[in-house]
Design a protein around this ligand. Structure first.
Ligand SMILES: [Zn+2]
Length: 161
């Protein structure tokens, strides 16, 4: 497992807040109940950083300009009709490249209940994929979760020593 992973999961309550962090908290709190949206402001402020940290943590550099079909994770081509084009309930999808090859797919979903999660897990197991639900969703931080799909035998973080 890569040492890059921990940067995406720092604990909220470890250490003392810096003056900048304290000022940000005061600003966010000042927006509560007013015309501005604290979650939207926070999301806009943090999402680019989250996207860049995701790319570094998972060792991917860009999205494909071709089809986002999951078969490409198994070095196969999309055919029509295609039963592996996307996970059930797919939303805001990307197929990410590592060294120019499809390595993982991401989806950003607002609400993922037990039924939908079970459907995704079953769908992936039947087809040889692994699914992870990650809070580090840059699409709309605080409102979406990210579903990461890889081949079952693939280390999502790239597995480099
Ligand atoms: Zn397809």
């Amino acid at each position: 497992m890569s040492e890059r992973k921990p940067m995406m999961g720092r604990h909220l309550t470890v250490g003392r807040l810096t003056e900048d962090e304290s000022e940000l908290i005061r600003t966010v709190r000042s927006l509560i109940g007013g015309e501005g949206s604290p979650t939207r402001a926070f999301a806009e402020g943090i999402k680019y950083h989250m996207l860049e940290s995701f790319k570094k943590g998972y060792d991917v550099d860009k999205v494909t300009s071709g089809r986002k079909c999951l078969k490409r994770l198994k070095n196969k081509h999309c055919t029509h009709p295609c039963s592996e084009h996307a996970i059930p309930g797919a939303d805001h999808s990307d197929l990410w490249l590592r060294d120019g090859k499809p390595a993982l797919a991401t989806y950003h979903i607002y609400d993922i209940g037990w039924g939908k999660l079970q459907e995704i897990v079953d769908w992936c197991r039947e087809r040889g994929y692994e699914a992870s639900v990650v809070a580090w969703s840059w699409y709309f931080p605080t409102s979406t979760v990210m579903v990461v799909i890889t081949r079952q035998d693939e280390d999502p973080y790239g597995g480099r020593p």
